[in-house]
Design a protein around this ligand. Sequence first.
Ligand code: PMP
Length: 364
Amino acid sequence: MAKPNRAYNFNAGPSALPLAVLEKARDELLEFGGTGMSLLEMSHRGKEYEAVHNEAISLLKELLAIPADYEVLFLQGGASLQFAMVPLNFLPAGKKAGYVLTGSWAEKAYAEAKMLGDVYEAASSKEGNYRRIPDLAELSYGPDSAYLHVTSNNTIYGTQWQEFPDSGGVPLIADMSSDILSRPVAVGKFGLIYAGAQKNLAPAGVTVAIIRRGLLATANPKVPTMLRYSTHAESNSLYNTPPTFSIYMMALVLAWTKQQGGVPAMEKRNKEKAALIYDAIDASGGFYAGHARGDCRSLMNITFRLGSEALEKKFLAEAKAAGFVGLAGHRSVGGCRASAYNAVPYEACQALREFMVDFQKNNS
Ligand code: PMP
């Protein structure tokens, strides 16, 4: 079969998937494992699907070195439903939950929790348009807080936590939608990690939750069935029909990640990829201006502006013509954003760097 013509895909999510994964899915699409049918057509109660489901769980446990006292859950409703499920389950009356406000998604999580219980700002980087992550010393949260919520990577602003707080007895809850699997994390520090899959894990349709059993045991039991983490933990995420195709794709992406050398290898490559683009920004003498403060820069979402909106428009138009996709900044902030998730090849980042250098030469 001819090699597909692949764009330089810098989409923020859904985003690039590894070519090898897409090829395997294509090869298996019409007939899965000698069953005479596609996985898309199978019962989620059959042994073939169940093997895929359990493989995805066990690969995720292995790749993220998830301790034995954690459950891995596959949920629906996106990371956005987690904004409500977290307080519904873990914010009882009489307690308060702290939120660190580092961008639009953190603000959305906070607003949702505010509708359901008592919340407070543990810190905010709104001043300066979320260009930094607050220092750990700035975080202010009481020891009797229900939990402390952080957003590990701010997809829109391009900032990323470099170090997480030791929150003691306060459960630490993290939205890792846009950087899960991009670098090792000490899962044991967190009571709950959640992530929409459509960046580093799979196509859209499934949300992963990694939850400590000790925290799960404290959940409010008076929550509708589908919104209780315990419902999904007790049924191996097969309480109702799960998004089988997304989970199958996740199993393939995780197998690919393992074959590439696992999460440490991903981190090394992500650092090299991001450096190509950040170096082009830093060496531009101000032609390109990075949005994130240097010590808070994301390896996943690289945000920058040019001297004027007209120049940005020209940059984006020429980039599009040169085969680059997804470089416009989020509609709420403008500018440019290159999302270089795990599956974005080194060569795509190199091509972007060259394009940026050439564009600067031709426009300054
Ligand atoms: N949190 C973060 C950090 C995100 O980047 C996104 C989506 N880009 C969301 C939450 C919302 O995810 P979903 O669309 O899966 O609800």
